[in-house]
Structure formats: C-alpha cells, structure tokens
Design a protein around this ligand. Structure first.
Ligand SMILES: [Mn+2]
Length: 345
C-alpha cells in the first residue's frame, strides 16, 4: 500500500506474530517469503526489521525466511542488515531444535519443480509459489498440488497467496498462513498464523490461531441518515485508528472530511462510489412515469383522429405485417362497391 500511515501496520502485525509465538511457547517462526514488499527497502524498513529482530532476540525466538517474488535480492536484505535472529535460508537446509527446514526461494515454476524434486526430504519444506488447488483459477505459472513432494516432508509451508488455508496430502500439511495484515480490501479481514507442534514421537499437529490486526470498518451510505449513523459508529471506534472503507451513493457530500473530523489523524478513510447510484434514484419524492416512445400508429393517429373515416384504414396500415398498398386497394374497392350499390338503388 502506498500510504505512509500504513508503514508501521506491518511491523505491528509482525510484533503481533512474535507476541503470539511467546504466548504459545513457539521457538521458531517461519516466514515463507515476501517479508518485505520491496526488493530495495528504505532505511526505515530496515530499522523496522531491526526492531522485530530485537523482539525476537529478547524472547529467544528464531525467524526463518526465504526470498519471495517481491523481496528477492542477492544478497538478501536479511543478510545485509546483519540481523541476529532473522535468518535467510534460501537454498539451505537448517536444523533447529531437532526440526529440519529446507528453504527454496521464489523462482520460475519449471526451475522450482526441478529444485523441489531433487530434495531428499525432511521435516519442513519452505517455499514461495502459487499452487493451483489453492488459487482456484487457471494459471500457467501455478504448480499442481501433486507436483509438491508431499511424501518426503511432514509440512510444506508456502508463501505468496493471501489466504489462510491448509490441506493434508499423504499425511503432509500443505498450505498458506495468509498475510498478517490486510493488503487488499478483498482479503479476509481476520488474519491467522498456524502453529505446528511436534510431539515426543515426532508426530506433527497444526492449529490456526487468529492474530489481531488493524481494525477495518466497511460502511455503505445511501442517505444523509446513513451518513449520520456512520459518523456515530466511527466516533465509537475512533480510538482504534481504523481503516474505513465508505461505499457511498453519488450525491452524498463531504464524505471524507466529515469522517475525518470524528477520527484520529492515524485513521485512513477510503471513499468508494457505489456504481450505478444517483441521488435522484435513491431519494426520490415521487414516481415519474416515463412515456413509451411513440410508434407509427401514434404518428398516424395525429392526422386521422378517431372521428375521421380514414382512421380505421390508417390503423390497418400500421398493423404489424400489413401491406399498406393492399389495405388501400381494398379500401378503395369497398368504397367503389358501396357507391355502385347506392347508384343501383
Ligand atoms: Mn509473493
């Protein structure tokens, strides 16, 4: 997101993950790529990484990470920033507290397939890619679930897709934890981490744990009354510095300034016009009948009113499928016939 006020949201979210790890006595945090959203981080970003690193050191937790498509660089920024407890494991297998982690960074799909196939196996494979069965649509760059080495690992920990979802294949957990902060409005607003635990027999279990993230408020405004109600709701949650999406019907005025007046300066307000709305259609006072477009019959009737003896002929000529020439000839023949009868009399 290009909003400066969101910059620390991701650090806060990372801190929430560390807090969750402390609370659940977790010793290793795995980030499966795109720890940063850019491959050329600012000094501020590096400082944020350092503050996360300090929190990890303080709590005796190690974070393993690999390079994703958004933050890949060589050497990795994680190595360059000389962080003690955040360790890049691109193309490495590390063993921490008796659990092995194989790190395969983001790479083009054919290369990825070859790389993961060549692995001898272990406890966890950490990689960054889109798996077709999880994305739910065709993508030429996605890898198939059956192409993952599920028989060689206990868990395949993936990054890239912002959904929280896991499948069990051949007794191997495969899945994505999802993003830890809202990156797009279409994402699920509740964020989770997965906690994996090995028992004494080295059996693995998994649990989804919700994590707190920045409050999101979504409002729909059709009338001024809706706007008043929305402002009352925003006043109630102002302390939480929410991100507010306001869907509004065209014609409602001053949405953003009115919302900002009741919120803190750290809040974010995003106005989103509701397509196809117009104040006149929403707040109408009376129903207006829209007259049907006049057809040839209406046009002809202006010239041949009902009292006119040609009205019926004109009407016939306008009927669908009528052949006006034939109608007129018949009319004339009838008229002549009538005159003959009159003459005979
Ligand atoms: Mn990615």
């Amino acid at each position: 997101m290009g909003l400066s006020t969101r910059g620390t949201d991701f650090t806060n979210a990372a801190m929430a993950v560390v807090e969750t790890a402390v609370k659940h006595d977790v010793k290793v945090i795995v980030n499966a790529g795109d720890l940063l959203d850019i491959s050329r981080p600012s000094s501020n970003k590096i400082e944020e990484l350092q503050s996360i690193d300090e929190a990890l050191s303080y709590n005796g937790i190690t974070m393993l990470t690999i390079s994703g498509n958004h933050d890949k660089s060589y050497p990795s920024w994680v190595d360059v920033a000389k962080l003690d407890n955040i360790i890049n494991i691109d193309n490495k297998v590390v063993d921490i507290k008796g659990i092995s982690f194989a790190g395969v960074p983001y790479m083009p799909t054919p290369q990825l397939k070859a790389t993961i196939n060549a692995l001898s196996g272990g406890d966890c494979l950490v990689t960054h890619c889109a798996v077709k069965e999880f994305i739910g649509f065709e993508s030429s760059s996605a890898i198939l679930l059956e192409e993952l080495p599920t028989s060689k690992f206990q868990a395949i920990l993936l990054g890239d897709i912002h959904i929280h979802e896991y499948m069990e294949v051949n007794g191997c957990y495969v899945g994505y934890p999802g993003s830890i902060e809202l990156c797009s409005r279409k994402e699920d607003k509740q964020k989770y981490v997965s906690i994996f635990e090995w028992d004494k027999e080295h059996n693995l279990s998994r649990e989804s744990v919700p994590i707190g993230s920045r409050k999101i408020v979504e409002l729909r405004i059709f009338t001024d009354d809706d706007m008043e109600a929305a402002l009352a709701e925003l006043t109630r949650v102002a302390d939480e510095d929410p991100i507010v999406y306001i869907h509004y019907a065209y014609g409602i005025k001053e949405i953003v300034p009115r919302a900002k007046r009741v919120l803190s300066s750290d809040s974010i307000v995003k106005p989103l016009p509701i397509p196809g709305t117009h104040r006149d259609f929403i707040d109408y006072k009376e129903t207006i009948e829209i007259p049907e477009l006049a057809g040839p019959r209406d046009f002809i009737y202006n010239y041949f009113k009902e009292e006119n003896e040609l009205h019926e002929l004109a009407s016939k000529c306008c009927s669908p499928g009528a052949v006006p020439g034939v109608e007129i000839a018949n009319y004339v023949a009838n008229k002549l016939n009538q005159s003959t009868i009159i003459a005979d009399e």
